[in-house]
Design a protein around this ligand. Structure first.
Ligand code: PHE
Length: 341
């Protein structure tokens, strides 16, 4: 191709450049090893020596022209790209954040406690609390469990360095605190953490109980049965079968353990109820006269009933959880399943 033709072609082609890729193609066409301009240089040797110098200069000028164009165009295109990028990545810091920070959800134990408390509140109970590091006297002595009494072995206790104190093994010391503080009528529940040296799939060394105490004139066992049946019906939102079994607690007489028909197998017998069709969910009984006496309440004038339930057990049954440890590992994958609570 003749120099003039190449020049003309270049003038046409340079108008079509839109991108860096186009520009690179143009460079190869004209300046590449086998490009049009390189071809011209190769022809130099065939040219009349008298004209060679002039021709050589012409090609050089053309090459410079093409090179300059490419340099300028490249800068221009790169600048354009940069501006586009800046425009598209521009952050408007005045806009409100689009991402809502992930919210936690209620722990199933908290949700269960709230639900239990709500039911008892509707039945006229108020809420009391007590310390987790408790006086041995309140956890045992005043509950008719004197020192050296074998009943202390019923609950494997964590003792603390301070003599006379322990980690409460049940919420029953809140009964004591309430009675020492006020005379009947008493109608309270006491939710909270308790501690025992126990550790297996159904026992955790720390777990939750809700205690109940009613003291008044003319309080009887039938009142207790009604309250507990009503509570269970409301909690499980169904007519669950309930049975009262005679049992023993030092602080109640008579005492009972309360079972419900297994909610997992509907009483047919399964792993959870160990084939019996029944699940123990509550300890209860009439407050022992010794306990009333020790707490400054006249047992000839007043009677009371008390009960204690394990919150973890209720939560496991309600939400179909088969290992108590899941509540205390704080694995988000577990907890997330309760985000609707
Ligand atoms: N405190 C008993 C326990 O933890 C439960 C209970 C409370 C039993 C009140 C009777 C009355 O096992």
């Amino acid at each position: 191709m003749q120099l003039e033709e190449i020049k003309k072609l270049f003038e046409e082609e340079k108008e079509k450049i839109q991108s860096l890729e186009d520009l690179e193609k143009l460079r190869q066409t004209f300046l590449g090893k086998k490009g049009l301009i390189s071809q011209l240089f190769k022809e130099l040797k065939n040219i009349d020596p008298a004209l060679r110098k002039e021709f050589g200069q012409k090609i050089n000028r053309l090459r410079e022209e093409v090179e300059n164009f490419i340099r300028q165009k490249r800068e221009e295109l790169q600048q354009q790209l940069l501006e586009e990028k800046l425009r598209s990545e521009r952050v408007d810091i005045t806009l409100p954040a689009r991402i809502v920070p992930p919210l936690g959800s209620k722990h199933p134990i908290s949700a269960t406690i709230e639900e239990i408390v709500e039911i008892f509140k509707q039945m006229g109970f108020s809420v009391e609390t007590g310390p987790e590091i408790e006086k041995e006297e309140y956890n045992f002595d005043k509950l008719n469990i004197p020192k050296e009494h074998p009943a202390r072995d019923m609950q494997d206790t964590f003792y603390v360095n301070k003599p006379g104190y322990l980690l409460r093994t049940h919420t029953s010391p809140v009964q004591v605190r309430t009675m020492l503080k006020k005379q009947p009528p008493i109608q309270i529940i006491a939710p909270g953490r308790v501690y025992r040296r126990d550790d297996d799939p159904t026992h955790s060394p720390m777990f939750f109980q809700v205690e109940g105490l009613v003291v008044n004139e003319n309080v009887n066992f039938a009142n207790m049965m009604f309250v507990l049946r009503e509570f269970l019906r409301r909690f499980f939102e169904a007519e669950v079968p309930v049975r009262f079994r005679p049992s023993y607690f030092p602080f109640t007489e008579p005492s009972a353990e309360v079972d419900i028909g297994c909610v997992i197998c509907q009483g047919k017998g399964c792993r959870v109820c160990k084939g019996t069709g029944w699940l123990e969910v509550l300890g209860a009984g009439m407050v022992h006269p010794n306990v009333l006496q020790a707490c400054g309440i006249d047992p000839d004038k007043y009677q009371g009933f008390a009960f204690g339930l394990g919150v973890d057990r209720f939560a496991m049954l309600k939400y179909g959880i088969d290992n108590i440890k899941l509540f205390y590992e704080n694995d988000v994958r577990f907890l997330k399943q309760f985000s609707s609570l």
